[in-house]
Design a protein around this ligand. Structure first.
Ligand code: COI
Length: 354
């Protein structure tokens, strides 16, 4: 396939105050697109000016949610050049999500090349302020104009780019998390491991209860026994108990985060042993009661390493590490972001320069 490039004639002004970027508010001048038609496969790959999509009101994605996406970032290095973090791992996960949602897989090598070209064209949009980056959002949606519930025959794949700051308004200040008892996010056999729109739609209702308790996010429990920790709304979660980092294993209902995987690989090199193990909410509150719960933090591309300062579970509330970011979370944050921003060596070979 031959990538075509059409440059915008009306480039937008770039944000002047990078301290006010927020998350996913601003989009760059160009996007990547390609189409899929049954019998023809993915075709017509192109970089075009960023613009609204044209779709029929009966487009299947709008009715039945056949939609998947990814999230990764490009970072500005101290020498001014730009690099991406583990992009191939995101594209491989994209294809795992695609398989679950019956969306045809993409050619990951080809799409990575197109993504690099797109980010290169938009490299002036990669912000410079510490902690800021260019968020990359690959997405695929079903486009068939029909109301029958079946696997679509037409899809569009696109990549849009957004200069971003911190995902949480709190930044690196620890967030309060609400343990959800009534609703569940997913069950094994469902779509929990896939990055698909419906998982996020299903999570929204719990936001209200969380907000009523002054919490930024929801901690999901498993859908069967309603006691095992799963993940937080936009991140995976780690508990430091008695010197060890513990995170729930990937049993099908939670997202296999790239940042989660990076922490599992980095933390032991920093002196923190890790374990993937099922943990109940009661285990966590008991560990707090007996003084062995040392730290809790979330991990995600958008959220990076996000310390949890308090957990609210029914009538109970615990403060973690005195509501402060703990030393393990800080060390892992410094090392991970050091690799991502190129201020530190990348012994794992995770970064890809443009
Ligand atoms: C990410 O961390 O990249 C996510 O996709 C989480 C959220 C913004 C949906």
């Amino acid at each position: 396939m031959q990538l075509t490039i059409e440059r915008t004639k009306q480039p937008k002004a770039k944000p002047t105050d990078e301290s006010k970027l927020g998350f996913g508010q601003i989009f760059t001048d160009h996007m990547f697109m390609m189409d899929y038609t049954e019998g023809q496969g993915w075709h017509d790959p192109r970089i075009v000016p960023y613009a609204p999509l044209q779709m029929d009101p009966s487009a299947m994605v709008l009715h039945y949610g056949q939609s998947i996406f990814e999230g990764l970032k490009a970072y500005r290095k101290p020498d001014g050049s730009v690099q991406m973090f583990r992009p191939m791992d995101n594209l491989k996960r994209f294809n795992r999500s695609a398989a679950r949602l019956c969306i045809p897989p993409i050619d990951t090598d080809f799409v990575l090349e197109c993504m690099k070209t797109l980010v290169d064209i938009e490299k002036d949009w990669v912000p410079h302020n510490p902690g800021t980056s260019l968020y990359i959002r690959p997405t695929a949606i079903a486009m068939d104009a029909t109301l029958g519930v079946h696997v679509a025959k037409h899809y569009v794949f696109f990549i849009i780019l957004s200069p971003v700051g911190a995902y949480y308004a709190e930044g690196l200040k620890p967030v309060r998390i609400f343990v959800e008892n009534d609703y569940v996010r997913s069950v094994r056999g469902g779509m929990g491991f896939a990055k698909t729109a419906g998982n996020y739609a299903a999570s929204l209702i719990a936001e209200h209860a969380a907000q009523d308790h002054g919490c930024a996010q929801v901690l999901w429990l498993d859908g069967v026994e309603r006691k095992y920790i799963e993940e937080v709304g936009s991140m995976n979660i780690f508990f430091k108990i008695n010197g060890e980092l513990i995170t729930p294993p990937l049993l099908g209902s939670i997202l296999g985060g790239i940042t989660r995987d990076s922490v599992l690989k980095l933390a032991p090199t920093l002196g923190y042993p890790v374990r993937e193990e099922r943990l109940t909410i009661e285990d966590v509150f008991n560990a707090h009661a007996n003084g062995t719960l040392e730290e809790v933090f979330g991990t995600g591309t958008a959220a990076v390493i996000s310390p949890v300062g308090a957990l609210v579970w029914g009538e109970k509330e615990i403060a973690i590490n005195g509501g402060e970011m703990g030393p393990a979370a800080q060390k892992i944050y410094d090392t991970l972001t050091g690799i991502q921003f190129g201020t530190q060596e990348d012994p794992m070979g995770w970064t890809l320069s443009l």
